[in-house]
Design a protein around this ligand. Structure first.
Ligand code: ZN
Ligand code: ZN
Length: 254
């Protein structure tokens, strides 16, 4: 499988785009502003969207994706997420105020959007592999994802601070080629990181001791204000392992 990084920033501005990964051609992991990098033709191919949680930087482009492709599709786009995340979408986004309820458009019988509740630990088949929801610890209910092909595997933390259940799941799971791990804030923003349940370099480097695999570790969700500083702190204090910054446009094969 090929995971194309459409967006992996903790903010916008210039080339920065927020979390959205394209798995092969038809599956999205989150639907942040990175989604706007796809052409109309590529947008038409999206059949599945797996959401880590309902924060805006991870769902911003989902409403507009539906509106853009509604007239050209015969099958619905399936949005997979936990009950809690789907409830937020139904109540606060697709409520006819912020955006129309696309589960009834163009008709209730043949809508462009359908929701599929996904419980923690549940696995869904997708073309070429499977997707499993992993535990995460954030300010709102959130999950990470394990992506498995026939050849390899990749784990994504989503937005999360240290979560023992996440490490248990990845340590006892398949051999990983990649771990995409968030670190949103620099050490000087440690207080904000803790309050918003994100990692800082210090807390991430403490937590990484729980990771017992040998996968390549790619750091994501750096806030633009301190992105370089955050990465410097990780490389300076995390010499015991090898870290690199996840890049927009990067393609990971596994
Ligand atoms: Zn979040
Ligand atoms: Zn986020």
């Amino acid at each position: 499988m090929r995971l194309r990084i459409l967006g992996c920033s903790g903010g916008i501005g210039g080339a920065n785009r927020t979390t959205c990964f394209l798995l092969d051609d038809s599956v999205l992991i989150d639907a942040g502003t990175g989604l706007s990098a796809l052409s109309y033709k590529q947008l038409q191919l999206i059949d599945h969207v797996f959401l880590t949680h309902a924060h805006l930087d991870h769902i911003a482009c989902l409403p507009m994706l539906l509106d853009t492709v509604v007239s050209s599709r015969t099958m619905p786009i399936t949005v997979h997420a936990t009950t809690e995340t789907l409830d937020v979408l139904k109540t606060h986004i697709f409520n006819w105020r912020v955006w129309p309820d696309f589960t009834t458009i163009p008709s209730a019988e043949a809508p462009v959007l359908q929701f599929a509740t996904m419980e923690l630990g549940e696995t869904r088949a997708v073309p070429g592999g499977k997707v499993t929801a992993l535990p995460a610890k954030h300010t709102v209910p959130a999950v990470g994802y394990l992506l498995e092909s026939k050849r390899g595997a990749l784990a994504f933390s989503g937005d999360s601070t240290d979560c023992a259940a996440f490490w248990d799941a990845v340590n006892t799971g398949p051999k990983l080629d990649y771990l995409i791990l968030e670190t949103a804030f620099s050490n000087r923003e440690e207080k904000i990181a803790r309050a918003s349940r994100h990692f800082s370099p210090a807390s991430m480097l403490h937590a990484i001791h729980g990771f017992k695999q040998d996968a390549e570790i790619l750091v994501t969700h750096l806030k633009p204000a301190d992105a370089r500083l955050t990465m410097r702190e990780i490389l300076r204090d995390g010499r015991h392992r090898s870290f690199s910054r996840l890049k927009q446009g990067q393609v990971l094969e596994f």
